[in-house]
Design a protein around this ligand. Structure first.
Ligand code: PEP
Ligand code: MG
Length: 537
């Protein structure tokens, strides 16, 4: 048995024969053409055919994997019509008298190199898309067909990399798992694998002679086992059966309401920390995103993310959620989340220090860049904004002034934005105690029980020695939750929980009794929570 480690993209266990996806040789030859206008027409006809193919693919993906994942084929269509892309191909044909295949190949290479050199992860991941688009054009121009799986037996598909269009065109019923040597966890292929519910592992250095061999793919750990020992195979077969049973049971809850037996409804949303988590949230049928921790955008960079970089990410999230609510929390760094380029001074008590909204109200430039990006992105979906670590009415009033300034500036510049709900996190005892006053100023409350417990109980949530004392079921915490819920409702606004406690299934009944309107939990907890809610009388 040989064990190969990769990076998990989607969990699950698959057992079966490996098939290495053989791609057709797409080497494109440069030919001299005399009649360049005729060649341009040939290219334009291929472009039209490619658009038709993409429209068909969009329809197919729409029914198989849903709107959010199908959208990539709309992006490919846009790339095909992009004027820089089109001009590059037609100019090459006209000025260098080359064939359309060659012009498309060079243009595809140049554009994908350009995307690859960009700082933004999302834009870098588009390099594979533009390559995919140019290869489609070349296939049509040269009359070639698609790549595919050879036999009728379901296989573990091994490939160097997979383009999104290849992935969706493969017959899903014949794929047990994907493993690729390259590819990024943010790519649409990875997203599609997750959405298609197929175990997937990337970064797998599989040997060329594994074609036809039996393998076990452990999508949870990201490990592949070639030629598994009989005992290991038996153990994994049993684990697979258990996983399937568990998943099947929860899957039956998809599309169902989060409603108790007595008819009380509650929104179940997901907490996410990255763009790829958003897809996992959708896959788990979350009703929306209840907490998008925007700090990951700052943590993964070595510079302040620009307004444009942020805008692209927020827009993508809003579009991916296709109209469902997306609550984005403004920057919450400091304490345990330190960022080198912020150059923060050493603090004796960082959890009680310079963090979150305190930094934003001190560094208005950073705050405004984020708010502008958020408001701009709100034109593309259902975005709400939420402010962390609030302790006073003055803070909220100052935030509202700044946010009004941002809206005014965007309006003056003719930049459109949507109707954005603005809420605050209740995660300090101060905010909970004055929640009657705060409720008059905002559209919603989301209770951050991780910090609320830390500050109420005076226990550092980072200190493992204090784990035994850290009790979020403490009556002081629960009383504060009830008080916040009552104050929210008195003022006519909604209230939810986005801290870890929201996923504590032993408290679901208590939260509903308190009147919580929303519970936001990690994506994998959405369906288990739905199950509990539906069992409550
Ligand atoms: C919380 O404090 O409960 C919360 C959701 O925020 P974070 O865990 O990111 O501090
Ligand atoms: Mg917090």
């Amino acid at each position: 048995m040989v064990k190969i480690e990769g990076k998990s993209v989607f969990g699950g266990i698959a057992i079966g024969p490996v098939e290495i996806l053989k791609k057709k040789d797409n080497q494109v030859l440069r030919r001299h053409v005399e009649d360049t206008e005729e060649e341009v027409r040939r290219y334009e006809a291929a472009g039209d055919a490619a658009k038709k193919q993409l429209q068909n693919l969009y329809e197919k993906a729409l029914t198989e994997v849903g709107e959010a994942s199908a959208a990539i084929f709309r992006v490919h269509e846009l790339m095909l019509s992009d004027m820089d892309f089109v001009d590059s191909i037609t100019n090459m044909i006209r000025t260098q008298n080359v064939n359309a295949e060659y012009a498309a190949a060079i243009t595809g290479d140049n554009f994908s190199t350009l995307f690859e050199s960009m700082d933004d992860d999302y834009m870098r991941a588009r390099a594979a898309d533009v390559k995919d688009v140019s290869e489609r054009l070349i296939r049509i121009l040269s009359g070639e067909g698609q790549n595919g799986i050879r036999g009728n037996e379901p296989v573990i598909l091994a490939a160097e990399d997979l383009a999104p269009s290849e992935t969706v065109q493969l017959d899903k019923s014949k794929i047990l798992a994907f493993m690729t040597r390259y590819g990024s966890a943010n790519s649409h292929t990875a997203i599609l694998a997750r959405t298609m519910n197929i175990p997937a592992v990337i970064g797998v250095d599989f040997p060329e002679d594994c074609d036809g061999k039996t393998a076990v793919v452990d999508g949870f750990s990201g490990c592949i086992y070639l030629d598994p020992d009989p005992e290991f195979l038996k153990m994994m077969t049993e684990r697979q059966a258990e996983e399937i049973k568990k998943r099947e049971l929860l899957q039956t809850l998809k599309g169902k309401e989060n409603i108790t037996q007595s008819g009380r409804k509650v929104n179940v949303y997901a907490n996410v920390g990255s763009v790829s988590d958003v897809v996992t949230a959708l896959k788990n049928d979350a009703g929306g995103i209840g907490l998008f921790r925007s700090e990951f955008l700052y943590l993964e960079k070595d510079h302040y993310p620009t307004e444009e970089e942020q805008f692209q990410v927020y827009k993508r999230v809003a579009e991916t959620m296709a109209g469902k609510k997306v609550i984005i929390r403004t920057l919450d760094i400091g304490a345990d989340k330190q960022i080198g380029y912020f150059d923060m001074e050493h603090e004796e008590n960082p959890a009680l220090g310079y963090r979150a909204i305190r930094i934003c109200l001190d560094r208005i430039d950073i705050f405004k860049a984020q708010l502008r990006a958020l408001y701009r992105a709100s034109a593309y979906g259902n975005i709400s904004i939420m402010y962390p670590m609030i302790i006073s009415l003055e803070e909220v009033q100052r935030i509202k002034e700044i946010s009004a300034e941002v809206r005014g500036e965007l309006k003056d510049a003719g930049i459109s934005f949507g109707n954005v709900e603005e809420g605050i996190m209740i995660e300090t005892p101060a905010a909970a105690i004055i929640s009657d006053l705060l409720a008059e100023e905002v559209d919603f409350f989301s209770i951050g029980t991780n910090d609320l417990s830390q500050y109420t109980l005076a226990i550092d949530r980072q200190n493992p020695k204090l784990d035994a004392f850290f009790d979020p079921h403490h009556p002081a915490v629960l009383r504060l939750l009830k008080m916040v819920a009552d104050n929210a409702h008195k003022a006519g606004i909604w209230v939810g929980i986005c801290g870890e406690l929201g996923a504590d299934l032993t408290l679901t009944q208590a939260f509903l009794d308190m009147g919580m309107d929303e519970l936001s939990v990690s994506p994998a907890m959405v369906l288990p929570l739905r199950q509990i809610i539906r069992e409550i009388r």
